[in-house]
Design a protein around this ligand. Structure first.
Ligand SMILES: Nc1ncnc2c1ncn2[C@@H]1O[C@H](COP(=O)(O)OP(=O)(O)O)[C@@H](O)[C@H]1O
Ligand SMILES: [Mg+2]
Length: 241
């Protein structure tokens, strides 16, 4: 479970990238965090994951405060950032072992998990190549695999579908469903409402740092005319004052 209470993050003296945000992501649900570019999605995720501090409010992951007990809180989740361009000099397999080291995954367990994940994502042959040589989609996959190698309870994914080919995107969505079915919380951001509609139990819409909707897709649709497209709904919800 992720609990965000009245969290605000400013850049500079008077710009609030995230403005008094409160959200609850329950165990067993897929929560989609939706908003246009610059809305505050990544900033929120950086706050949740302890990458950046914030001015006011509290955030807990499985009841552990990310500010007060950052290491314990970080053990609760796997995180996929919006850009997968990192550790480029490492080979895929070195990166996965590095992640497994950080999270103390025992040798025999990690080997089976790495083999299994590589097979699922069609990355078995690429593991001995450097991440530098990977395409964007392959980098996205290796980062995802690294986030899953310690089998975290909570998943936090920043625009995870971007750059994935249809097969991997489908696989990831299936994995998200399976993970939530097992009683875990899955949080992901997207600017594509269509993805959210098919996948999410609940969504939150953020615009200019403020949460402007929190509920199910059905509740969102009920605010609009029956025939309205998701595109129209999204544009209406996130248009300026
Ligand atoms: N390090 C930073 N310094 C100053 N402003 C920032 C910084 N990071 C993000 N912002 C601003 O905060 C707002 C929210 O950005 P972000 O959370 O990345 O949005 P999203 O992920 O929804 O596209 C944007 O206006 C962005 O320009
Ligand atoms: Mg972002």
């Amino acid at each position: 479970m992720i609990l965000i209470s009245n969290a605000t993050k400013s850049y500079g003296s008077d710009f609030k990238a995230v403005d008094n945000l409160s959200l609850e992501i329950r165990d067993g649900e897929i929560f989609g965090f939706i908003g246009p570019n610059g809305a505050g999605k990544t900033t929120t995720i950086k706050m949740m994951t302890g990458i950046t501090g914030f001015d006011t409010g509290n955030i807990t992951i499985n009841n552990i405060d990310i500010t007060k007990e950052p290491i314990e809180a970080k053990k609760q989740f796997g995180f996929v950032p919006d850009s997968p361009d990192m550790f480029l000099r490492l080979k895929g397999v070195e990166y996965l072992n590095f992640m497994a080291d950080i999270y103390d995954v025992p040798k025999d367990l990690r080997d089976t998990r790495i083999i299994d994940l590589a097979e699922k994502f069609g990355m078995s042959d690429a593991l001995t190549d450097t991440i530098q040589s990977y395409s964007h989609g392959m980098r996205q996959k290796i980062v995802l695999m690294g986030a899953l190698v310690h089998e975290p309870k909570v998943w936090i994914l920043d625009e995870p579908m971007t750059g994935l080919d249809p097969k991997s995107s489908f696989l990831l969505k299936e994995m998200m469903r399976e993970h939530s079915r097992k009683g875990n919380a899955v949080f992901f951001s997207t600017h594509v409402l269509e993805v959210a509609e098919k996948l999410c139990d609940r969504i939150g819409i953020i615009n200019k740092g403020k949460l402007i909707f929190n509920g199910t897709m059905e509740e969102l649709r009920n605010k609009f005319e029956p025939g309205d497209s998701l595109e129209k709904i999204f544009l209406e919800m996130t248009k300026g004052e």
